[in-house]
Design a protein around this ligand. Sequence first.
Ligand code: FAD
Length: 324
Amino acid sequence: MTTVLALIDTAPDGTVRPTAGGVLAAAATLGDAVAVVAVPPGAGSAAAQSLGALGATAVRVTETPDAATLLGTPLVDAAAVAAAELTPAAIVVSHTVDGRDAAGRLAARLAAPLAVDAVAVRSDAGRVDVEHSVFGGAYTVLSSVEPGGDPLVITLRTGAVDAALPPATPEVTSVPASAASPAATVDATHDAAGGGDRPELAGAAVVVSGGRGLGSQQNFALVERLADALGAAVGASRAAVDAGFVPQSYQVGQTGVTVSPKLYIALGISGAIQHRAGMQTSGRIVAINTDESAPIFDIADFGIVGDVFTVVPALVEALEARRS
Ligand code: FAD
C-alpha cells in the first residue's frame, strides 16, 4: 500500500489542533497514513499520544525550539524530509491559515501539484481523486493525479471528513530537525477566537452564526447563548463583523473561515454567495430569518421564517429544559 503523509496543525505549545482527526482520516482513505508533526522540545510524546487517540498508527515527531518561534517552516522542513524518505502518493494538511501556508510552501519546495480546499478524497487503483466545491457550492470539481508521479499536496476543508479512525498505539519515530529554513519570527501569540471554552470555529461539529439581522453587538449575545446551549462554535457573517458585533476571526465565508460542521445554524443571515462559499458543505443547515425569500433558505435543510428574538430564546429554553 502507498504511504500518505498527514501534516498535523499544532498550537504554539505543541498541542494537537482538532483538525488533526479529519486530516488523519482523509490520509488513511488514500493509503498508509504517517502523521508528521513539529513541536517544541518536550511536547513530542504528548502530541504522539493525542494522535494515537485520533487513530494515527505511525507518527514522525520533530522536536525543535523553532516550532514555537518560526512561522510555519518547521513543519514544512519535517514534511520535506519525510517526503524524501517515504515517497508518499499524497500529503494531506488542513485548509486552515497555517495549513494553507504549509501546503503552498511544501508544493513549491517539492515542485509538486497542489489541490486546495478538498471536500472529499479517494483512491482508485493508485490514482488520487480530490473533490472541490466551487463557486459557492454550485459545482463540484474533481482533480486527480495518476500513480507514480510527484505527491499531490492536498488542503482539506475542516469538517469535510469525519474524524472516525479507531484509536491506535502509534509507532513513533523521532526525527531530528533539519537546518531551519528562513521564516518570519513569532514574537508573541494569543488566542484570537476569544471564545473561552467554546470549540474552535475551524473544525467544530456545530456552528451557530449570526448576521446583520442581530442588529447590535449586545444582541449578538443571543447567538452565543444558543451556541453555548448546543456546545457549538460561534461564527458570523461579514456584515456582522463590519458592524463591529464580533471580531473578524469569527467571519465565515469566502474571505473568512471555511467550515463544514455537522450542523450549521444561520441566524439573521441572508445567505449571500460569499457567505455560502464558507458553509455550504455543512451536513445540516438550519436558517432563521424573517424574510421568507432570503437566499439562505435555498440551501437550508430546515428553515424557520421568524424573528430571531422570538425563536432563539424559545429554542434555548427548550434545549435547557431537555437537559435538566
Ligand atoms: P444582510 O445581507 O443584510 O442580511 C441580514 C438578514 O437578516 C436579512 O436576510 C434579514 O431578512 C434578516 N433579519 C433581519 N432582522 C431579523 C430578525 N429580527 N430575525 C431574523 N432575521 C432577520 N460575507 C460573509 O458573510 N462572509 C465572507 O467571507 C464575505 N466575503 C465577501 C467578499 C467580497 C469580495 C464581497 C464583495 C463580499 C463579501 N461578503 C462576505 C459580504 C456578502 O456579500 C454579504 O454582504 C454579507 O454576507 C451579508 O451579511 P448578512 O447576511 O449578515 O447581512
